[in-house]
Design a protein around this ligand. Sequence first.
Ligand SMILES: [Zn+2]
Length: 418
Amino acid sequence: MKYLDYLNGSITPYHAVDITAKKLLENGFQELSFQSKWSLEPSKAYFIKWGYTTLFAFRTPKQVNSSIFAKLALAHTDFPALKVTPNACRFESGVQLVHSEIYGSPIFYSWLDRDLGCGGVLVFEKDNQIQHRLVQASQKFRIPELSIHLQRGVNQEGRKVDAQKGLDVFWSSSEKDSLDSWVKQQLSPEEKLLDYDLRFYDAELASLGGFHEEWVYSGRIDNLASCHAALEALLATDSAENYISGFCLFNHEEIGSETKEGAQSLFLKMTLDQIIKALNISEQCTPSFLEKSFFVSMDMAHALNPVYPEKHDPKHAPILGQGIVLKQNAQMRYATDVFSSAVFKQICSKAGVSYQNFISRNNLPCGSTIGPSVSSTLGVSTVDIGEPMLSMHSIREMSSVQDHQQMIKFLASLFKDF
Ligand SMILES: [Zn+2]
């Protein structure tokens, strides 16, 4: 699937999982459910959704026996956003306004004077059943910036945005046309709204930029780039000889992963247990299976902005377009250790993929990823990697076409036999 289409369609984690699932079905993957018995066969492809925002897709090996293991890519489907509150609407001075809560850590000022879309999921009752529907408003909304004449010092002092009142979205000029009335229009008379999860997002379509169109400009690159790379690589490869190949996309990384769809949940472990059981190998994953397995935790990495070189360690500053970033941290904020980095480097070398090292400066706190939580829970050797990018958590981010291709190439090599 074209990368830019994936970015454009994945306006919320619900949409990202929906698009990914559709693509898997089109390519012969079979959807599984914990509500029915699994009978898995060798050399087949399957996937399972969890909570509509988390998804695990995998290929069973050609040879199924007690010595199989797993090679998985892990990423997250969520990204910073403005999440519409339950009682969000008010009409003031000729403007219908929508109030949101902040999801994750967006750069607030980047949301001003942008075209915003709104979408998510509606949950309703119909025929005594709880059902849901993904929705997207096609209109464009806005948070207008104050004029320079009303904040004379803004260029010297920087733009501070009041998180409570400064991010209310202008929805319409009509007292009748509120977000609430739009939500009602999305349901038929026999459908009774119970709740919604709606978010504002950057409505500008993803595009290529730079003189040679070498860069990607888009919202949500962190971490849909990784989700897309994992999907493309799994679609491009066949079943491996003696291991399960696949990817798991989790929700809620941006808010700490401690949810039922997050990387700290039991989802991955119980799915692996179920696979092993359905392949008639054992009742659950054995220590031997986990010890032989290898995970790649994928999340975006901070590229060097040449205007601000002081923000990076001079010898560990990834450059846009120069390859995948290998992330290491002595405090283990990344899951990479000396052995998992060795496996990563071996795959890069055999596949002809370029990589660059990232170490955080000692005087700057290091971020983290889902790698340490999954690796510490399951005891699986894990490497933390990612595509380099700029403007992380801005409403519109920037990365490199070349690095995305390198990531797909690396993952395809991971999923193949070596
Ligand atoms: Zn991320």
